[in-house]
Design a protein around this ligand. Sequence first.
Ligand SMILES: [Zn+2]
Length: 443
Amino acid sequence: MNEQARIEKNSVIKEHGKETRIRHASMRPVVVEMKLDLKCLNKTEQEKLWHYFTQCRWLCNYLISLDADAFKSFDTKTRDITSLDKDGNPVDRQLTIPAKFIQSVYSSIKQDVASLAAKRKKTGKKNGKLKFRSEYSSIELNQYGNTHWICYGDDGNRNGKYRDTVHISGIKRPIRVFGMEQIPKDAEFANAKLIKRPSGIYLMLTCYIPKHERDVKLEDKPAIGLDFGIKTTITTSEGEKFDITVREPERLKGLQKKLARQKKDSRGWYDTKQLIRREYEKLANRRRAKANQAYHDITKGRKLIVIQDENIRGWHKGLFGRQVQNSALGTLKSKLVSNPNVLVIGRFFPSTKMCPGCGVINEGITLSDRIFTCGCGYAEDRDVKAAKTLLLAGEHELSCTHAEHTGPPEERTSGFHTSYEIWKQSARRPGKGKSPEAPSSKL
Ligand SMILES: [Zn+2]
């Protein structure tokens, strides 16, 4: 190709990319995760694919080891690099990965270096260099049609031969993938990532789908309060309890015992270690699924959900480490917090102690009291009560902001509202109402 043709080709590519970006801006991106069926590859091809991750790691560490000038003038056509082996001795390596991958590793490290420098400029502090990586588990496939492409359903396949496969640059044979049915209708495929996990290699494919007005009418449900606890995990103000604990399987314990007995760095030790990694991956998946299910059940159709800013990380460190780790509480909370219909009440609000009926704070309530009783005659399950108190607090907050905009604040006569206002005033003053609530008060 002569110079003229090359320039012309590049400008066509540039123009095309611009069009695509404009089109995608008006669409909705969806990421679909699919597992590669490596069994359809022969052994050489399988090893080649796994080796992509190793080579990317070599390259990444080589680039990090270069000084600033050498890094700047790095030529992405370079194939011969040196990397350090396990004992720190330099070894010459030959890269056989497709050029696109070399470019993408280089540009991602360039980005990391730039953001590190920007941070240094902003804070004026000397921050460290990029760290060497012992693992490279995510390869960017940034150009659909070049680094990867998909044969989905009946399109582009010969008599169904290539149905539901992905082509990865450098691997001749198309690879079957599981989970193509997740791809939404009218999707346009874009960039993707290859992810290495203990259970195999996955493809995270970004698809763009047309933006539709959501015409699904959700039924309106009343506002709800949520109490996070250890024993039942989540209690709603309507009295419903969600248990989102996922216990560690017995198999995991067995494997850990086995590992402890085996000789470190032996073949069997590595095999067991791999099995343990897979168990942890499965466990994390189950937890995420449970958190998603509960999130859906709780938020669907609700315009207002009130939660308290619980210090779940503090629970992790304190008494309840294992119990909290077994639940998907942290995941669920962060999902809830980013939902615009969720109102978060301050961490130190005494939702367990304050009576929703009269507003009196009952200091006497202890861990063993499962039923909350108050002098005013109010009695209720303690978790349900806490959720109800939170809901009242949330509604109070909302009506106050509303009143501020429309007219003079309403005269509040109920004991609860007065009590809540008093708490808020005291919490605002520095040094007061700031003492961290002991985790035990939540049980
Ligand atoms: Zn009361």
